[in-house]
Design a protein around this ligand. Structure first.
Ligand code: NAI
Ligand code: OAA
Length: 265
């Protein structure tokens, strides 16, 4: 089997974990980072990987492109990937709460015959939720609970004193679309659930900080013609970034494996 070649957009905590766990048969050939990080990333990765700041500078055709660059990274590079007819697997799904961007990415994919794969990221059950949607969904709620340190540097700091919490505290309730925009490094999952289910406005979201939490907890409750499901997922955060659950990186690794395997499970 010939080795396939991967492009990763972004080279932060998640991308490094994906790189570490890359399945045999797929090699990291290109990394796209902001211009200011090109030199340091080149030094880190050595000669085997081409470090670029624009997708257009890639002279060959990656077999798969994965976005691990956050919402601004998807907004900056998504169209360039899709309009070249490439497959782009994404985790910064919250960027799709911006209808304008979503429309431009769809058009680029249609124009160039590209494909955008919305990965399940830090949650589970997106297959069942999307199937349930076919029969009609009545309500979908999503609750996330993380340790205060996982909410540091986010909009949560404007809503609650994270350092003073002594018990689990709900600091945000709203729609998936708003949550994904207000918490771009923490609530992409809200948008993923909305995309698989009943949309950005109808999906309700509650966010909690809990000083006793050691995991990133995600709870989904969906009701519809199919029946009802509840999922609770207690994900281990990445040591290198407590905002990000390990499962989100693993969902990217799974997409890498699927690109190699003729059977999709
Ligand atoms: N769907 C999901 O379940 C989840 C999605 N995420 C998303 O994944 C993103 C990445 O997570 P981490 O790696 O833990 O964050 P991180 O902050 O460690 O890394 C993000 C990297 O992207 C790079 N970047 C930023 N703008 C860029 C651009 N325009 N072009 C190329 N690279 C750019 C940054 O330089 C940084 O190295 C999060 O910001 C979040 O949006 C994170 C966790 C779960
Ligand atoms: O990794 C997680 O637990 C979820 C997350 O950050 C996101 O949805 O953006």
């Amino acid at each position: 089997m010939t080795t396939k070649r991967l492009m990763i957009i972004g080279y932060g905590a998640m991308a490094r974990e994906v790189h570490r766990l890359l399945p045999a048969g797929l090699e990291l050939a290109w990394v796209v980072v902001p211009e200011a990080q090109v030199a340091a990333t080149r030094e880190l990765l050595g000669d085997g990987v081409e470090v670029l700041c624009r997708v257009a500078d890639c002279q060959a055709r990656p077999d798969l492109v994965v976005e691990c660059a956050g919402q601004p990274g998807l907004a900056e590079h998504g169209e360039a990937v899709l309009s070249r007819g490439l497959t782009l697997a994404i985790v910064a799904t919250g960027a799709l709460a911006d209808e304008g961007l979503y429309g431009r990415l769809r058009q680029a994919a249609e124009r160039g015959d590209g494909r955008m794969l919305v990965l399940s990221g830090a949650v589970a059950g997106m297959d069942g939720l999307a199937a349930a949607r076919e029969g009609g969904l009545d309500s979908v709620t999503y609750e996330a609970c993380k340790a205060p340190k996982s909410w540091k540097g986010s909009h949560a700091e404007q809503l609650v004193d994270l350092d003073a919490l002594t018990e689990a505290t709900v600091f945000y309730e709203g729609t998936a679309g708003e949550a994904a925009r207000l918490f771009p490094a923490n609530a992409n999952v809200a948008a993923t659930i909305a995309l698989a289910g009943i949309g950005m406005q109808a999906t309700t979201v509650r966010l909690t900080a809990d000083p006793a939490a050691t995991r990133n907890t995600h709870r989904i409750h969906a009701q519809g013609r199919f029946g009802e499901f509840r999922i609770e997922l207690n994900g281990r955060p990445l040591e290198s970034n407590p905002k990000t659950s390990m499962l989100a990186a693993l969902s990217v690794v799974r997409a890498c494996r699927q690109a190699l395997d003729p059977v999709t499970v």
